[in-house]
Design a protein around this ligand. Structure first.
Ligand code: MRU
Length: 359
């Protein structure tokens, strides 16, 4: 669980209270704290698609609860029609974003829970779904905690840690993934510095990572993405820790655009490069990074800044939200069960084969 003193003023990413789902609108942070009640499948889809709830683990938890609230509209249906509607709504929510495997992972898990439930009325089945969503939520917090424990030794007194995008508390419902070792080390009183890449184009690093680390009292310095190489050249970075949206069976992984460049530069300077990966983000059914679908987002995110056009009109634009980093640039995956070293294909499968098979 998130410890109160660390996050005294950080609002919860996702709240489930009295069978009602609320999400923190992350597009408005840090300027405004807006909590939004989500009651329909379309609202869930839009909240995920428009990044009001974002970060792979948080998307998974939101989808699980979102499916429950969406199914309320079908409670009047006989059980076989309710089950058919459930499959349809899960497919619809799953289409909100393609890259983070947590979305399809949690929805598959919800459908499996429904299959395993022999309830013959819709209300009883919905109760079973809610119980499963609550379990997904609780597990997410435990996964973050495990990553924090195993990643803690990577943070040494006086060291510099560089991270990209937001793989923090705001991207999960716990301590975050890449930030979990940071929060644990900070909680133990260690002195160290964090560099947060601002993360173009949507500035998750500047708006979210810098914000949450500052709220927690961590020594954090915000840099632009293009400063990372220079900061490393000045020997200010001892370890890079990033999150991920999907890790393929061979250890290639997708994360926020810019991660690949960071991994190449870290290799150049011989800086260890770690990926914080909860088992919910491991996709043993995807063989390599080439098989990962990369989300391409709207041109406006590049051509406009805060609603103002900054690029010429009719400009050709590419806007992939993620890139794929090949396994050979990764030092290790920090998972809730320990740090996985090379060879990743055999070592990831050995540690997580059962979860992969169930997915
Ligand atoms: O587009 P976003 O903000 O959802 O991208 C988030 C990231 O790339 C994170 O690094 C990743 O989801 C890991 S979150 C623990």
């Amino acid at each position: 669980m998130i410890s109160a003193p660390l996050f005294s003023s950080l609002p919860a990413t996702i709240t489930w209270e009295n069978d009602s789902l609320s999400i923190l609108d992350q597009t408005r942070l840090p300027r405004e704290t807006i909590i939004e009640n989500v009651t329909t499948a379309e609202q869930v889809w839009r909240a995920i698609h428009e990044l009001r709830v974002r970060g792979a683990p948080a998307i998974g938890v939101a989808a699980a609860y979102g499916l429950c609230v969406a199914m309320r509209a079908s409670l009047h249906l006989p059980i076989h029609e309710f089950r058919a509607a459930l499959a349809q709504q899960a497919a619809y929510i799953d289409s909100a974003r393609p890259t983070a495997v947590n979305l399809s992972w949690s929805l598959k898990r919800m459908l499996q829970a429904a299959q395993a439930c022999d309830a013959n009325d819709s209300a009883a089945l919905l109760n079973a779904l809610i119980a499963e969503a609550v379990a997904v939520h609780a597990e997410d917090q435990a996964l973050c905690d495990g990553i924090g424990e195993h990643g803690l030794p990577l943070i040494t007194p006086g060291c510099g840690v560089l991270t990209h995008c937001n793989a923090g508390a705001l991207a999960t419902t716990g301590l975050g993934t890449a930030t979990a070792p940071i929060y644990k080390a900070h909680g133990e009183g260690l002195t160290f510095r964090v560099y947060a890449d601002e993360t173009r184009p949507l500035l998750q690093g500047a708006r979210l990572t810098a914000y949450e680390l500052q709220q927690a009292g961590v020594d954090v310095t915000l840099i632009t993405d293009s400063m990372a190489a220079s900061i490393m050249a000045q020997e200010l970075v001892d370890v890079v820790i990033v999150g991920t949206d999907r890790v393929a069976a061979n250890g290639d992984f997708a994360n926020k655009i810019g991660t690949l460049g960071l991994a190449i530069v870290a290799r150049h300077f011989n800086i260890p490069f770690y990926v914080a990966c909860p088992s919910s983000t491991l996709d043993l059914h995807t063989a390599t990074g080439r098989d990962i679908v990369i989300e391409e987002r709207h041109d406006d995110e590049i051509t406009h800044l805060y609603g103002e056009r900054v690029a010429p009109a009719n400009m050709k634009v590419r806007n992939p939200a993620f890139d794929v980093t090949p396994n050979h640039l990764v030092t290790g995956f920090i998972t809730e069960r320990g740090i996985v070293q090379k060879p990743f294909d055999t070592n990831l499968a050995a540690l997580f084969a059962m979860e992969g098979d169930a997915a």
